[in-house]
Every structure is written in structure tokens, then in C-alpha cells.
Ligand binder design. Structure first.
Ligand SMILES: *[C@@H]1O[C@H](CO)[C@@H](O)[C@H](O)[C@H]1NC(C)=O
Ligand SMILES: *[C@@H]1O[C@H](CO)[C@@H](O)[C@H](O)[C@H]1NC(C)=O
Ligand SMILES: *[C@@H]1O[C@H](CO)[C@@H](O)[C@H](O)[C@H]1NC(C)=O
Length: 547
């Protein structure tokens, strides 16, 4: 039997161990205080709360079009969103609430009226980089009013409204009188998903689009193909996925799948920007398109392996012309991402035909000139489809001539290097987008969201005019170690930190306040069925039920 003394000594020992453990954890600095902003995420630009509260009853509450609204009952974007948010607010089935009246005397909020104020609601359009996403929300008696110039702002306002609803100790829904005026700090708030390194089933993509909307993320950057696989089923070149996908029938995105994803995203105010990265990262293109890739040589004979796209053949450009003609009609967004990163010159160097071409063009030994030669022609081809393009920073670094509306995507280097890069790009007058600090595929023990949260795309040496050329950023989730089993918890709520940085005002950076709101926001995502991982020790009122 343990003597009492030993017992206490052991207890003390373990307690001390615990303390010590806590000390190596950075998280002890966190005061577990509630934010005065409740669970709002990302934090709106202006919020005024009052302590007057109203009840919401699932049997009577309605989300309706305001009489003055320019969007009618046929507006699918809004009608769909009304249903979604009603279900989120009342946890699904309406009948569950029928007859369950609130206690008498409590004043009730009966209606949320949604009023699209500009003559063109954009209900049937696609969101774009210049979309007006602003809204105003006034929660008061007798009705709450959500005003937005366009449907896109109304979608954000509905999400915010749903975030204001809380359950009281009796489990009934309440909302306080509140005034919110809101708009995003940056127009481009994206997430990159990679469907080449692992195929992602449609269901996972849709669940993450849904979660993006909960975080006011408005761009799905679809890194659809790369070296390992080519899951995009092209109508013009079906051999590409036939030979390049992991499986030609089960691991492809058919034209119908792509269409469905684009519409699902549109209904949530999200743009879909596809990336077809060339001339590197293209091994999977080779099987279905003979002669597209450069044959590598070992000594004087072909080694049987292939390198980047072959830039010296006219057939390459004929192919690209037809391929991007299809892409520009399949994807409605005004931009396509053309990649252009990490071109490995080893194979080009080994190939005697390429060497001869280099000589003929007077490129010397400078293979970046050959890369630029290719990219230049590609940009001209894509430019003729009336699309704008985004490209990774190397294309700018190599001095390729770019259309003035090109968006340059920064992904390399340490903080000082990416800040210099942002300064250089903007002083050359180009729009830019930051991803370097937001590679969410890198994981580490502890609360790595702090660093994602602290990074700011406008923190670099430059004039105000330069800062205005920063259109936002993207969180990237590269897929080497990610498939449907772990994608969602790895992305959320870590991407939520990026979402707030890109939406909320620049001075919103209190980590304690953010921790409190983000914990609640994470639990809300969990309650909505999204397996978002925890930030730290704690619990959710409705835990994830598992598989
Ligand atoms: C909402 O109202 C309740 C009840 O009046 C009050 O206790 C609470 O502090 C209010 N919440 C906010 C965020 O103002
Ligand atoms: C919040 O209240 C302040 C002070 O009463 C007022 O100046 C401001 O316009 C209000 N903001 C909103 C969004 O209603
Ligand atoms: C490729 O096209 C260029 C320009 O149209 C032409 O001058 C050249 O002869 C072509 N090369 C081949 C191998 O057909």
C-alpha cells in the first residue's frame, strides 16, 4: 500500500511534470477569455452589439427576399443559401422544431429580409476579382435586414447572421440586436487543392467548398494535374486522362463533374481557377500526347525518360492552342493559372536537338531563355482566348514579357525574400498574390496557425500604390501526403487563420481574441459535420461523431 506521504510526493511529481510540460508549450500564455465578438470568424469590419436579445423559433422563423430586392424568387444563389443557412441555424430538420414554442414573454425575431440593392443582383453571373462582396446586417425588431449590392455580399451576410445565433441554457436559439457593416480587405482569398498527387473524390471537394464559404474564402485554385497524374478528362484530348490518370474511369473528373463543381462553387460565391502547369510538372501529360515531352538523352542515345514540355516543336504549340481553347470554354473564370514553376533543365541540356536549337536561337547556355521562349508563346496562345492568366513567380523572375493584367503568384523563399519579391513585382506594376507563408501541407507540433495568422501580404517596403497591387493570397495544400482521409482536418481550421488575415481589417491581430473566436468557429464547423481539427485542449458542445 502507498504511504500517504509517497502518494502526495508522486502526485506532486506528476503535477510538476504536467507543469513542466505546460511550460514548454507556448499555449500557457493564452488567457481563456471569451471574445466580445463571440464566435464571429472572420471578424467583420464594423460590429456593434447590443445586449437586447431575441428568440428564434424554427417553426416560425423565415429567411425571405425583401420586397424592394432586385433578386426575385427565381434566384437560385439566394434560394439555395436560404435553405442551407436555415438548416445550419436550426440543425437540419424543420419538423424537429414544430410545436416547440419558446417561453412566453421572450420577444421573437420572425424574419430575416434579404435586400439586393443594386439593379443587377448578379444572380446568374459568376463571381470575379472585382465582385462587390460587401453587405450590411441590421438585426432588430420587428425584422432583421440584410442589405447587399450583389448576391455575393448577401451570401457572406447570411453566414455572418448564422454566426450570431447562439443557444441559451435552455437550448433555444437567440440572437442579439446587432449592426454589422462588412467588406473584404482583399479581393482574392483562395485555397489551392492538388488533385494530381492524390485523386480527391468529388464529395471531398464539395465539402471543402462548403467550408470555404463558412470562412468567406472566394477562390478555389484547382491544381488539377501535375507529374503524378492527369485526372482532367479533356473532350479534345481524351487520351491525356486515359493514359495519364491513376485510373482512366474511377480517378478522373469528367466534364459533368467539372461543371458540377463550378456550379456548386458559384452558388457559394467561389471562383474556380484551374491550373495547368507547364512546361515542368507535366510527366503525366506524356502518355496520352506523344512528342509533347522532351526525350532525355544519356550520352548520345535517348534514355527512355522524359523531361519538360518540348519547346522546340511546332506541334507543341498547336497542341497548346487547342487544349487551352477547350480550357477557356470549360472554366468560366476570367483567369487561368499557367504555373511555370520549378523547370528542371537537366533533360533539355541532355537533348542534342534542344542543344542545336539553343545555338540557332543564340541562347548560349542559358536555359532560362529557352524556358522564357516557351512561356512567351504559351502566354500569347492563352492571351488569344481572352483569358487573363496567373503564373508562379519564376516566370516574372526570368523576365518573360507579361500582359499588364497578369497576376504573379509568390511562393518562394523566407520572409525577407518573399517581401522583396512582392516589392519588385509591384514596383514593376503587376498585381500579385502571396502564398509563401501559407503552405499548409507543412505541419509542426503546436499551434502553427499563429504564424499563418501573423503573416500579412502588404508587409513589405513599398508605396501605397504598390500595396494596392496586392490582391490577396492563397493557402496551399499540396497533396504528396494528403488524400480524402486527412485533407479536411489538415486544412481546417488552419486555413481559417488565413481567411481572417485576408478578410478582416489589417489591425485585427490579437492572438488571444482570435484564439477564443477560432475555437468556437472550429466547433461550429464540427457541428456542421466538418472534421476540423482542434487548436488545443478543450471540447465542443457537439463533438465530431467520427466515421
Ligand atoms: C447578448 O445579450 C445577452 C442578454 O442580454 C448578453 O448577456 C450578452 O452579453 C449579449 N452578447 C453580446 C455579444 O453582446
Ligand atoms: C456603431 O456605433 C458607433 C457609435 O454609436 C457608430 O458611430 C457606428 O456607425 C456604428 N457602426 C455600425 C456598423 O452600426
Ligand atoms: C515551325 O513554324 C515556323 C513558323 O510558322 C516555321 O518557320 C518552321 O518551318 C516550322 N518548323 C517546322 C519543323 O515545321
Amino acid at each position: 500500500m502507498l504511504s500517504p506521504l509517497l502518494f502526495f510526493a508522486l502526485l506532486f511529481f506528476y503535477a510538476a511534470q504536467g507543469l513542466q510540460f505546460n511550460h514548454i508549450e507556448e499555449d500557457t500564455e493564452f488567457v481563456n477569455a471569451d471574445s466580445k465578438y463571440g464566435s464571429l470568424w472572420p471578424l467583420p469590419q464594423k460590429v456593434n452589439f447590443s445586449s437586447v436579445s431575441f428568440k428564434l423559433s424554427g417553426s416560425t422563423f423565415r429567411i425571405v427576399d425583401a420586397k424592394e430586392s432586385s433578386a426575385g424568387a427565381s434566384c437560385a444563389v439566394l434560394q439555395n443559401a436560404y435553405r442551407r443557412y436555415f438548416d445550419y441555424i436550426f440543425d437540419g430538420a424543420k419538423k424537429q422544431w414544430a410545436g416547440k414554442r419558446t417561453r412566453s414573454g421572450a420577444s421573437e425575431l420572425g424574419e430575416l429580409q434579404v435586400w439586393i440593392t443594386s439593379p443587377d443582383s448578379e444572380c446568374d453571373a459568376y463571381p470575379s476579382v472585382s465582385t462587390d462582396e460587401s453587405y450590411e446586417l441590421i438585426v432588430d425588431q420587428p425584422v432583421a435586414v440584410l442589405k447587399a449590392p450583389k448576391v455575393w455580399g448577401a451570401l457572406h451576410g447570411l453566414e455572418t447572421f448564422s454566426q450570431l445565433v447562439y443557444k441559451d441554457e435552455f437550448g433555444s436559439r437567440n440572437i442579439n440586436a446587432t449592426t454589422i457593416s462588412d467588406f473584404p480587405r482583399f479581393a482574392h482569398r483562395g485555397i489551392l487543392l492538388d488533385t494530381s498527387r492524390h485523386f480527391l473524390p468529388i464529395k471531398v471537394i464539395l465539402a471543402n467548398l462548403e467550408t470555404m464559404a463558412m470562412n468567406k474564402i472566394n477562390v478555389f485554385h484547382w491544381h488539377i494535374v501535375d507529374d503524378p497524374s492527369f485526372p482532367y478528362l479533356s473532350k479534345t484530348f481524351p487520351q491525356l486522362s486515359q493514359k495519364g490518370a491513376y485510373h482512366p474511369y474511377t480517378h478522373v473528373y469528367t466534364p459533368a463533374d467539372v461543371k458540377m463543381i463550378i456550379e456548386f462553387a458559384r452558388l457559394r460565391g467561389i471562383r474556380v481557377i484551374p491550373e495547368f502547369d507547364t512546361p515542368g510538372h507535366t510527366l503525366s501529360w506524356g502518355g496520352g500526347q506523344p512528342d509533347l515531352l522532351t526525350p532525355c538523352y544519356s550520352g548520345s542515345s535517348p534514355s527512355g525518360t522524359f523531361g519538360p514540355v518540348n519547346p522546340i516543336l511546332n506541334t507543341t504549340y498547336d497542341f497548346m492552342t487547342q487544349f487551352f481553347k477547350e480550357i477557356s470554354s470549360v472554366f468560366p473564370d476570367a483567369y487561368v493559372h499557367l504555373g511555370g514553376d520549378e523547370v528542371d533543365f537537366t533533360c533539355w541540356k541532355s537533348n542534342p536537338d534542344i542543344q542545336a536549337f539553343m545555338k540557332q536561337q543564340g541562347f548560349g547556355d542559358d536555359f532560362t531563355k529557352l524556358e522564357s521562349f516557351y512561356i512567351q508563346r504559351l502566354l500569347d496562345i492563352v492571351g488569344q482566348t481572352n483569358k487573363g492568366y496567373m503564373i508562379w513567380q519564376e516566370v516574372f523572375d526570368n523576365g518573360v514579357k507579361l500582359k499588364p493584367d497578369t497576376i504573379i503568384h509568390v511562393w518562394k523563399g523566407n520572409q525577407q525574400q518573399y517581401q522583396n519579391e512582392m516589392a519588385q513585382i509591384t514596383s514593376a506594376g503587376y498585381h500579385t498574390l502571396l502564398s509563401t507563408p501559407w503552405y499548409l501541407n507543412y505541419i509542426s507540433y503546436g499551434q502553427d496557425w499563429h504564424n499563418h495568422y501573423k503573416a500579412d501580404p502588404q508587409d513589405f517596403q513599398g508605396t501605397d500604390k504598390q500595396k494596392e497591387l496586392v490582391i490577396g493570397g492563397e493557402a496551399c495544400l499540396w497533396g504528396e501526403y494528403i488524400d480524402a482521409t486527412n485533407l479536411t482536418p489538415r486544412l481546417w481550421p488552419r486555413a481559417s487563420a488565413v481567411a481572417e488575415r485576408l478578410w478582416s481589417a489589417k489591425d485585427v491581430k490579437d492572438l488571444n481574441d482570435a484564439y477564443s473566436r477560432l475555437s468556437l468557429h472550429r466547433c461550429r464547423m464540427v457541428e456542421r459535420g466538418i472534421p476540423a481539427e482542434p487548436l488545443f485542449t478543450g471540447f465542443c458542445p457537439h463533438e465530431y461523431k467520427g466515421i
